[in-house]
Design a binder for this molecule. Structure first.
Ligand code: SAM
Length: 326
């Protein structure tokens, strides 16, 4: 079985594919003014996505996460999930969504082959949720999460970005929420991007501070699976749910990197905060280019750096995470 290995010995079984840059939310840390269409070329088509995923599977990708923008805004999402699911070699298909369309569509996505779900939920308080996301859809998201929990997914996870002064006092409420629910919450440390420097200065909250509160409350660190995301996951015998911490500024964060990214326009990104994209779209126009595509992915991996430059304030070419899928 093929495996992609970079110059630092890291392997890459995991692809994050952005399906669109469009989003219907206006998250204060990401797209506070909402998505602005720029009239540039359209996003990858279903046929292009099929070829792309076949190419990545040929070089060892086993897990794919569909993201955005908001991926559920794509009308052809069920067909995309079904196509990815039918690709030989792909074992897991996850979706990261803001969750507002879950009640309407999540059953269909599951039937199409989706195996895991991440739902963004920055607060357990409806008014705060609306203030952070610009969208008063807390009830729909919660309803959707409840439905999803009954559909037999491998995992249903919630994502909350940690925001000083906005939601950094909710750990006790989250623990209550997790006591009897088989759900994981991931607390993501706010990342600085090209567009959010002033916001970052105001609201950045260190993940380590939250992690210390967990340890003090008796939560213990779990071992990490090979294709797992970057979260350090904690469990506690008194709670069914788990808590993950994603701390991009922590030492050795990049040493565990196991994912590549492709933007909605078909550029390979070797790092969330890299300085360049590698166009794959020209090789997605014909099945004949399959071998050339696989070769381009494998050779370009040689350019992957040891780590991001976030500590030096270098956010690369990423204006906000909706442009690349987080
Ligand atoms: N629209 C989908 C969603 O809401 O989950 C998928 C795309 S969104 C860019 C993916 C994840 O990135 C979300 O959990 C979001 O909260 C997170 N995110 C966006 N900007 C971020 C930032 N500056 N720092 C940390 N996380 C961020």
């Amino acid at each position: 079985m093929a495996t992609l290995v970079d110059g630092f010995g890291r392997t890459f079984p995991y692809l994050r594919l952005s399906l669109t840059e469009a989003c219907n939310y206006r998250c204060s840390y990401c797209l506070p003014d909402g998505y602005q269409a720029d009239g540039r070329p359209t996003f990858l088509s279903l046929e292009e996505i099929k070829r792309l995923v076949r190419g990545f599977a040929a070089v060892g990708m086993r897990k794919i996460r569909l993201t955005g923008g908001e991926p559920s805004l794509r009308k052809d999402l069920p067909s995309i999930i079904a196509a990815v699911s039918a690709t030989p070699g792909v074992q897991k298909i996850a979706l990261t969504t803001n969750g507002c369309l879950l009640p309407r569509h999540v059953r269909l996505w599951r039937e199409a082959g989706l195996t895991a779900l991440n739902v963004s939920l920055d607060s357990l308080q409806s008014a705060r949720f609306a203030a952070i996301t610009g969208h008063d859809r807390f009830a729909e998201v919660m309803e959707g999460v409840e439905i999803a929990q009954g559909l037999g997914f491998d995992a249903v996870k919630l994502n909350a970005v940690l925001l000083r002064g906005l939601n950094d006092d909710e750990l006790p409420a989250w623990m209550d929420f997790l006591r009897d629910r088989d759900v994981s919450i991931r607390f993501i440390e706010l990342m600085r991007t090209g567009d959010n420097a002033a916001y970052f200065e105001r609201h950045h909250y260190r993940a380590e501070a939250l992690e210390q509160q967990l340890v003090d409350a008796g939560w213990t660190l779990r071992p990490r699976a090979a294709d797992a995301g970057p979260a350090r996951e904690y469990a506690h015998p008194g709670y069914r749910g788990r808590i993950g911490i994603i701390a991009p500024y922590s030492k050795d964060f990049c040493a565990g990197c196991n994912r590549l990214r492709v933007t909605a326009r078909g550029d390979l990104r070797l790092c969330l905060f890299g300085d360049f994209g590698i166009p794959l779209r020209p090789l997605l126009q014909s099945d004949e280019d399959h071998d050339a595509l696989a070769a381009r992915i494998a050779t370009q991996l040689g350019l992957k750096a040891a780590g991001h430059g976030l500590h030096e304030g270098n956010t690369g070419i990423t204006p906000h995470l909706a442009s690349i899928g987080g």
